[in-house]
Design a protein around this ligand. Structure first.
Ligand SMILES: Nc1ncnc2c1ncn2[C@@H]1O[C@H](COP(=O)(O)OP(=O)(O)OP(=O)(O)O)[C@@H](O)[C@H]1O
Ligand SMILES: [Mg+2]
Length: 232
């Protein structure tokens, strides 16, 4: 099996993914064989009950965790068996990740939070700052460059987190409940923004959400039920 960008335009693929958690004597089988194929520019919603394993799946698709069985391919590269540093490099090169809780670094400004993945890629401070400013501008945050996360509203923090995920122009943007802790108006703004950026950059989107209205905006909806993904 060799999925590459050029032969079938798949940017994110998984096959037979399984993930168990050992809790004392009990083995929790959370993912029981998940298959997924996301193509270039596609917008996919993943839904499912709380505890169904959505975050667990996203962490595997984002090369942040290792499966008990199955394979993950990101932008044509097989993740299984890569060293931790090779996985970090792949994440930095091909993926953007917006976590369920924003995960911004508290001691750094909005600008530094967005510029950080670019520094890690080896860009100069100046170049990274320019690019970070441009992305923050696109998410409507140009008046808040110097604010630290604690000095931002919930919706603003989420927009900074999205800017950070987008700064490296990822092939795939993975988002875990990007509007979960936002009010209706801010949630709508974030979704409009994500849609706009998807159209402008062609990044594929995988959005975990409980919100049917958001899911309706995507090209395809899948349900995570009993450890497998099913069309809904
Ligand atoms: N490190 C862990 N050790 C043991 N069990 C875990 C661990 N992480 C998650 N779980 C369990 O696995 C199940 C799936 O968790 P996960 O966070 O993937 O759910 P989710 O679908 O994202 O839920 P939510 O919609 O509430 O965010 C849950 O029942 C959770 O308690
Ligand atoms: Mg979750």
């Amino acid at each position: 099996m060799n999925y590459t960008f050029s032969d079938n335009k798949a940017v994110l693929v998984c096959k037979g993914l399984e993930r168990n958690y050992q809790l004392g004597p009990e083995k929790l089988k959370i993912l029981r064989g998940v298959d997924l194929n996301v193509v270039e520019g596609e917008r996919l919603a993943i839904m499912g009950a709380s505890g169904a394993g959505k975050t667990t799946l996203l962490n595997l698709l984002g090369a942040l965790d290792e499966p008990d069985a199955g394979e993950v391919w990101i932008a044509g590269t097989k993740v299984n068996g890569l060293s931790e540093s090779a996985r970090a490099d792949l994440r930095n090169r091909a993926l953007g990740f917006v976590f369920q809780f924003h995960h911004l670094l508290p001691e750094f400004s909005a600008l530094e939070n967005v510029a950080m993945p670019l520094w890690l890629r080896g860009q100069s401070r100046k170049q990274a700052a320019e690019q970070a400013k441009a992305v923050l501008d696109r998410v409507g945050m140009s008046a808040r460059f110097e604010h630290k996360p604690a000095e931002l509203s919930g919706g603003e923090r989420q927009r900074v987190a999205i800017a950070r995920a987008l700064a490296g122009e990822p092939r795939v943007l993975l988002m875990d409940e990007p509007t979960g802790n936002l009010d209706r108006d801010n949630a709508k703004r974030v979704i409009d923004l994500i849609e706009q950026l998807n159209q402008q950059t062609g990044s594929a989107l995988v959005v975990v959400t409980h919100d049917q209205e958001i899911a309706n905006h995507m090209d395809r909806q899948l349900q995570l039920t009993e450890g497998r993904l099913q069309s809904s």
